[in-house]
Design a binder for this molecule. Structure first.
Ligand code: HEM
Length: 193
């Protein structure tokens, strides 16, 4: 039953791929297909980061441990979509021409913070296995608190690139603040993640 649920969540998590494949196939990517692909995966990265952060509050609210079983998978999907997002920018926008790309990372603060968020996701993805949890012990918890920094960077990236907070970036910001506030309360009442 447990694996059955996990498989369902796995296939639902592939939704962003189904959408983009459909739009690609039926020529529905609009006049700026590259921008559309980059933005699509950027937005889904943020959604998956927030979904990952939602699992602990949901566990507390429903008093069910089931949510935690999906946390790792959702986190890995966040990394997967962040990597596609970054690679579509590097590959489709810059055709892997690294010089102007490095300039962009250094000069545009929204690219810099997005890139930093992606870099910070790498150690979390690498250490997501049960083996690494056992190996790193208490340090694993500390390391995985980076998800808070990553989520803040992700929302800042969205606000800065949009040049205005209205409205989508604001919605993401509000959801993030709620999730982080939950975390502060729970950290006081429980030492578990
Ligand atoms: C955790 C990592 C990241 C998150 C959460 C994220 C999130 C987002 C979001 C939400 C958008 C806007 C989507 C929309 O307008 O609907 C976006 C756009 C964008 N992101 Fe990211 N991003 C991340 C990493 C990166 C990285 C690593 C790069 C490049 C090195 C990057 C470059 C861009 C660019 C160029 C855009 C499009 C800006 C435009 O429309 O002109 N992002 N990202």
């Amino acid at each position: 039953m447990k694996n059955y649920f996990k498989s369902i969540v796995f296939f639902i998590s592939l939704w962003p791929i189904y959408i983009i494949t459909y739009q690609l196939f039926y020529n529905e990517l609009g006049p700026e297909p590259v921008d559309r692909i980059i933005n699509h995966f950027g937005e889904w990265t943020l959604i998956f980061i927030l979904l990952t952060l939602s699992m602990t509050p949901l566990r507390k609210i429903t008093k069910s441990l089931e949510w935690i079983k999906f946390r790792r998978m959702l986190g890995l999907f966040a990394f997967f979509y962040a990597s596609i997002h970054m690679l579509s920018y590097v590959g489709l926008d810059y055709r892997f021409d690294f010089e102007p790309l490095i300039n962009d990372v250094l000069k545009k603060k929204f690219v810099f913070i997005g890139f930093s968020a992606w870099l910070l996701l790498i150690p979390l993805a690498i250490t997501s296995s049960d083996k690494m949890v056992r190996l790193l012990k208490q340090n694993w918890k500390k390391l995985h608190r980076l998800i808070y920094v990553i989520s803040i960077f992700g929302v800042l990236h969205f606000i800065w690139l949009s040049k205005t907070i209205f409205f989508k970036p604001l919605i993401f910001l509000i959801i993030l603040i709620i999730l982080l506030l939950f975390r502060i309360n729970f950290n006081k009442s429980s030492s578990k993640i």
